[in-house]
Design a binder for this molecule. Structure first.
Ligand code: NDP
Length: 677
């Protein structure tokens, strides 16, 4: 095949490799398949991102960015075969390539959907609760997120050329920031092909993303406080890059995901005939062999009750012996090659370090090992080590052999298991296979502080479980200490890395104007017609009606109690109610207040208000005694388009008594039909 000349995408132009380019070899044959690297105008890239890409993204609302993300995901889905084909050259089987390619596209879909469901159709993201800073409610505080105004530099690892790019891009673009993507050179030909599709797709404005194949030159020296770096790779490179004096001097955020000595623990309750035993063996073998162990989340340390080590070694070895290693293009091959000869060398070196403290009980470290159908290439055998004195050992807890290498070690009791887990000094994930929930809690309390994710599995969840090694778009991916101290994904948590949180103080009108959401005390406008009779687009934030008063009688309360069966003492027993620290006598049911409030504010006709989908933030703040009259206000607080012919409207509802004090407050959620034009 002809050699691929990889290009970079700089300020809207493609740039080919130049004389400074590095060769990239096939993981399977060792032949040169591509060249990457060129001297680029890094300042032009930053200018493009800061002055074109990021401002265009910031002009789009969260929902518009989410829709673009979905369009991109659909476009890539239709073209993914090309990416599978290229992945063969990196030693990946079809299954491996699907983890990378489908996992990446799935992340775009998942985050797009989550953003549309949970973020406002706006560019400002309110955070947390409104804080009352004055007794009379005229001075409030709220936190908001707005987009960082620079460029996100993504430096990615070789093992996930597609997922690694997309899992960082999705939250970056949703956060309104443009990105410069720098894939690891060894597999950059897969990233470049995917990136080319992203440009062809055109879902995002010009300048939203740029690509560097090759080195980053002095790019990091040019960043400022509005930019950020998100790095995945080795701890050494992370340390070197995060110590860049410009990054430190200007407080440029640096998110890192690096080495991780992930553990998997077999619970003390599990016996060899339990379903959990087979489940544990399956998870370990899958994590050792999927992507030939080149997953940042793979199981490196297998921690088991001392009496279970022998049966586990037998069971894991039996399964590993059935894994066919070879050219991933061949039928029946279950494990392909490592991504490069350099990786093979590194894995064998790290395996030798582990071997200085542990005995190899399965596999070979033969550097001449070749897979089925090939004579060359970066193939290694799965290697299982056994370390019987894990307290005295260091390398088994420190050396990340980034391949199909794991070490099994015994524990005495659960506290010992937890202390071994934590010897990784910070990991992305640890798993626990147990059928005993009390074991789960003890492990979570003992090991949570050292792990980014805890994966628990047993017979009840094994069919639906997602796997120890799969980072999920809606859950945090990252870990403390050795794992880099960073966090990615986690649903909308990941988006916030690309935005700045700011505390805002002011009057209700100021806060409402800033957040684009009605807050109690802000100016309202009287609705010209009943707002339930209005289509989604015609409703304005702050538009309001009031209704009432309605007097609540003893008969109302007794009728409600009898009708619903809610005869709680506070409504029916005068003596007991008086004795309560909350009441001076019998009071109306809170649910009765809600029902009467609805009776006061609803508009009965079938119409644009299609359904009531729930209440949130409900509080009963003052008791209502018999004979008291209540009034209600209904105010448009927030609108969330769904793109489905209707939108979600959040209404602030306040129920007040005859003194004007609020007795109940909540947010009502409805779905309102959209205009057809
Ligand atoms: P590296 O740390 O060598 O590279 C990671 C990324 O950093 C690559 O894109 C690389 O580019 C880039 N890079 C390296 N030097 C610089 C520099 N001076 N300036 C800017 N960018 C730079 O890691 P690898 O991906 O090569 O993997 C090596 C080891 O890292 C693995 O064997 C494994 O042990 C560990 N690793 C751990 C992961 C985890 O999350 N646990 C994930 C991936 C790797 P280039 O390729 O062009 O050098």
């Amino acid at each position: 095949m002809s050699i691929m000349e990889l290009r970079s995408f700089v300020a809207g132009e493609w740039h080919g490799a130049d004389g400074s380019a590095r060769d990239i070899r096939s993981a399977v044959t060792g032949e040169v398949i591509a060249r990457a690297g060129a001297k680029l105008d890094y300042q032009a890239m930053l200018d493009e991102g800061r002055e074109r890409g990021s401002p265009s993204l910031r002009a789009m609302t969260f929902h518009e960015r989410a829709a673009a993300l979905k369009a991109l995901a659909l476009y890539l889905s239709e073209r993914k075969d090309r990416l599978y084909d290229l992945s063969l050259l990196a030693g990946s089987t079809r299954g491996d390539a699907m983890i990378d390619v489908d996992g990446g596209i799935g992340t775009l879909f998942a985050l797009s959907s989550k953003a549309r469901r949970t973020l406002p159709d706006d560019v400002v993201l309110p955070d947390g609760e409104l804080e009352m800073l004055s007794r009379d409610g005229t001075f409030l505080g709220h936190h908001i997120y707005t987009s960082r105004q620079g460029v996100a530099v993504h430096i990615n690892a070789f093992n996930f050329p597609v997922w690694g790019m997309l899992e960082k891009l999705a939250p970056t673009l949703l956060g309104g920031m443009s990105a410069i993507v720098k894939p690891a050179t060894a597999t950059a030909y897969i990233t470049e092909a995917c990136f080319q599709m992203m440009i062809e797709c055109g879902a995002f404005p010009d300048g939203s993303f740029q690509l560097i194949t090759g080195g980053t030159g002095d790019l990091l020296d040019r960043l400022d406080a509005s930019d950020l770096v998100s790095f995945t790779g080795s701890a050494e490179t992370a340390l070197m890059l995060r110590s860049n004096s410009n990054l430190m001097a200007r407080s440029v955020p640096f998110i890192a995901e690096q080495d991780s000595l992930n553990a998997s623990v077999l619970g003390p309750d599990v016996t060899t005939d339990a379903l959990e035993f087979d489940l544990f063996v399956k998870e370990v073998v899958r994590e050792m062999t999927a992507k030939a162990g080149q997953k940042c989340t793979a199981i490196r340390r297998v921690i088991a009750p001392a009496g279970m080590v022998d049966p586990l070694v037998d069971a894991i070895s039996a399964k590993l012996s059935k894994i066919a290693i070879g050219d991933p293009a061949l039928e029946g091959v279950r494990m392909g090659a490592l991504a490069s000869a350099d990786q093979k060398k590194d894995v064998l070196e790290k395996a030798a370090m582990i071997g200085s403290e542990a005995k190899r009980v399965f596999g070979t470290d033969d550097p001449e090992l070749h897979g089925d159908g090939v004579e060359n290439g970066a193939f290694v055998s799965p290697m299982l080590y056994r370390c019987d004195s894990p307290d005295a050992a260091n390398k088994v807890h420190e050396a990340e052999a980034f391949g199909p290498v794991s070490t099994i070690m015994p524990y005495r009791d659960l506290d010992h298991a937890v202390s071994l887990m934590n010897r990784g000094k910070g990991s992305l994930v640890a798993s626990l296979i147990t059928h005993d929930p009390t074991v789960a809690r003890r492990v979570a309390i003992g090991a949570g502080a050292w792990h980014g994710r805890l994966y628990m599995n047993d017979r009840d969840s094994m069919k639906a479980s997602t796997g120890h090694g799969s980072p999920l778009p809606l859950l945090v991916h990252g870990g403390p200490g050795r794992a880099g101290g960073g966090e990615e994904l986690g649903g909308m948590r990941g988006v916030k890395h690309y935005m700045q949180r700011t505390a805002v103080q002011g009057s209700p009108d100021m806060i409402a104007a800033v957040t684009g959401q009605y807050v109690p005390g802000a100016a309202k406008t009287d609705a010209d017609v009943h707002p339930f009779a209005k289509k989604f687009e015609d409703l304005r934030i702050g538009e309001s009606i009031t209704a009432g008063p309605r007097t609540i009688t003893k008969e109302d309360v007794e009728h409600f109690a009898e009708f619903t069966g809610d005869t709680f003492y506070a409504h029916m027993n005068e003596e007991a109610a008086k004795a309560s620290p909350f009441f001076d006598g019998r009071v109306a049911h809170g649910y009765l207040l809600l029902a009467f409030a609805a009776g006061l504010f609803v508009h009965p006709d079938p119409g644009p208000t299609l359904a009531n989908t729930g209440l949130s933030d409900l509080r009963f703040t003052k008791p209502v005694y018999f004979g008291e009259a209540i009034s209600v206000s209904l105010t448009v607080k927030e609108k969330r388009p769904t793109g489905k012919g209707y939108g979600e409207v959040l209404w602030h509802v306040g129920i007040t008594d005859s003194e004007g004090d609020q007795v109940a407050g909540y947010t009502l959620h409805t779905m309102n039909a959209s205009r057809e034009d």
